[in-house]
Design a protein around this ligand. Sequence first.
Ligand code: DC
Length: 238
Amino acid sequence: MNKKSKQIIIAIDGPSGAGKSTLSRRLADCLEYINIDTGAMYRCVALTALQQKIDPDNPEQLGDLARLIDIDFRRGAQGERVMLNGVDVTDTIRTPEVSLMTSRIAAVPSVREAMVEKQRAMGEGGGVVLEGRDIGSVVFPRADVKFFLIASAEERGRRRHAELAAKGIDVDLQQTIAEVEERDAADSQRTHSPLRRTEDAVLIDSDNLSIDEVLSKMMAVIEQRMAGDGPGGRESVN
Ligand code: DC
């Protein structure tokens, strides 16, 4: 395939821990596309709100902040970096405090509207992989290829547990699984842009698959679509 032949928009949605970030990055590398981690964008809003001590229950202030901040993704020697108003916040946005604040502010309509506008501006020219919760449903409902990536709560909890253990952080596995289930419920049940699979999204269950196996399934779908003879996307790829 001539990777530069068509600059399409690829949407990846799904719950946290299903492997979206890794796969989105790997797909963007394979296709020489830009990778847009929309969760990182919501995290940037949360970090700024914390730094500026903005009340998370004040939608006007949060909306203003979300519109005004400058978010950029850069690739350097240290991999992909998230830049917030020119400052590298890649690690700062991953703290538990920021994660907690992010799930609160991500439910605020004025914040979502500002983020969706930025995401559309970043992606409308094509040549992008966007990952998040509402890409195929709200941000780019006409994306060329949509994936909905899932894995069981047990498997996602185990992955998270292993990630923390690798960092020397010892947490209870059952509690980690329960936290994954809690986040799923919050993401799926919120009123504004809840996590949901659109019927044209290709469903991939990564439970018993390696990253490379999922990647090759995704690439096969993309190549088919680029060739213009892909399926309607209504079926699962398993
Ligand atoms: O993918 P992540 O864990 O970095 O996402 C952080 C939070 O942002 C999580 O609570 C879900 C939310 N989010 C969202 O509501 N919409 C998106 N498009 C991306 C993330």
